[in-house]
Design a binder for this molecule. Structure first.
Ligand SMILES: [Zn+2]
Length: 438
């Protein structure tokens, strides 16, 4: 019996090796079919981009956002994905989100792919049309981010054509209000957060910055804050005395100066007061970002309100800074009181090991396509984005759309030479990640 083990083992071993090489062969063939499909459909992809750019989808043009969503919905339906339009409460005044899912092999990695349907250019903007000039194309949303949405769609279509989509676990979330999210964020971003919790990786397709071979694995989060200070009104000649104390304006000056002296200069951390009103009386219109004050030079000021933001790279940095700011706020000058309230905001996308390994995977793919290693974009180069809501839960990488610039301005444009490169990279990344075990 003992002797029989050897041939059995050998037989098993060669069978496994054979299966291994068969799998490798299959992967190779899927990848080359996928790449060939992408290349063949670049012109079609640019036409699709043109069509969606020419539909105005400013965040507040709800019908336009839905219409752009409908084009994607049909395209995802056509490759057998399950699509759903997520409605938001009508009081929120936003169009809603498109979700497309593909259930593949159980146990394989689940990918969340993030785009957005809206742009900052509303119906009254003069910037409405896609225009091609050589290898560049200008237009609202070309870079931010209809170009990236099309990269997702065409990469999935390529995998479908190669017969590989069925086995992958994919959730696509295209939000309809990235540029001007409805409130509260916890409600408008719920589908994104839930999808992240049910995924193993999140990939964002806003534009590539700097040059073709970069990606984003870290971006700072931000939140607003409101500082309200109260003092005792009295004759200015009595300031610093025991009866009236120091007044609200000295107190706010102390607080802001202490913020800067104590916390200023830390890497990746900024906190900036953007508006301040102070005196005897004030009327502050937070929504309009303006107000009026009344105060005489011979009266100790009674009230101050200041607003600002806080930007940081990691949740730890946010927590620690908020606690330090609160400690400063509590150490009130005599005769004053102060309160600091942080608003909800975008969580940071911290540069985790998981994010770094996604970058190195993309880098290998890029090199397999004859290109350079991928560089990580410095977090200071990027604002917060929808992927920030996924980043606390799963390894995340963004900046995978088209190479573009001029976002949020009538100079917004993309380099059409990036269409094929970005879509090829995305398709290979989806396939290589999506065939890994969780
Ligand atoms: Zn934007």
């Amino acid at each position: 019996m003992k002797r029989a083990l050897v041939p059995i083992f050998l037989a098993w071993f060669s069978l496994a090796a054979c299966a291994g090489s068969a799998t490798a062969k299959r992967h190779k063939s899927v990848e080359s079919q996928t790449l060939a499909w992408v290349e063949k459909h670049v012109d079609e992809q640019i036409l699709f981009l043109e069509k969606t750019v020419n539909i105005n989808s400013g965040t507040m043009n709800l019908a336009g956002v839905r219409e752009v969503g409908e084009h994607y919905r049909k395209a995802f339906d056509a490759i057998g994905m399950k699509t759903e339009w997520i409605e938001l409460p009508s009081a929120m005044g936003r169009a809603g989100h498109l979700v497309a899912t593909q259930k593949g092999k159980p146990g394989a990695k689940r990918l969340l792919l993030i785009g957005h349907l809206d742009t900052v250019f509303e119906l009254d903007s003069p910037f409405q049309r896609f225009e091609r000039r050589g290898h560049m194309a200008t237009g609202p949303g070309t870079a931010d981010m209809k170009g990236g949405n099309a990269v997702i769609l065409y990469a999935l279509r390529a995998l479908h054509a190669a017969g590989a989509l069925d086995s992958l676990n994919i959730t696509v979330v295209f939000t309809g209000d990235e540029e001007k999210p409805g409130a509260p964020l916890a409600a408008t971003r719920k589908v994104l957060i839930e999808s992240a919790k049910n995924s193993d990786v999140a990939l964002g397709f806003e534009s590539i910055v700097d040059h073709m071979d970069t990606a984003t694995i870290a971006r700072r989060g931000f939140r607003g804050w409101v500082l309200k200070v109260k003092g005792k009104q009295g004759h200015s000649s009595q300031i610093f005395g025991t009866k009236f104390g120091y007044g609200a304006i000295y107190e706010v000056a102390r607080i802001l100066n202490a913020f800067r002296e104590t916390l200023g200069g830390e890497e990746n951390l900024t906190f900036s007061p953007g508006r301040i009103l102070g005196g005897t009386e004030l009327r502050h219109d937070m929504a309009a970002a303006k107000g009026e004050v009344y105060g005489k030079s011979n009266v100790i000021p009674k009230v101050v309100e200041a607003v600002g933001d806080l930007r940081a790279l990691t949740p730890e940095q946010v927590e620690r800074t908020q606690a330090a700011m609160q400690a400063i706020v509590r150490a009130n000058l005599p005769g004053t009181k102060a309160e600091l309230v942080f608003e909800e905001g975008y969580p940071p996308m911290a540069p985790t090991d998981g994010n770094r390994s996604l970058l190195s995977m993309l880098s290998k793919i890029n090199q397999s396509l004859g290109r350079k290693p991928i560089e990580a974009v410095p977090p200071s180069r990027r604002g917060a984005a929808d992927i920030s809501f996924a980043a606390p839960y799963v390894p995340s990488m963004g900046g995978l759309g088209l190479l573009g610039n001029g976002d949020h301005s009538p100079a917004e444009k993309v380099d059409l030479r990036s269409v094929g490169v970005s879509t090829s990279r995305a398709a290979l990344l989806f396939y290589q990640l999506g065939t890994q075990q969780r």
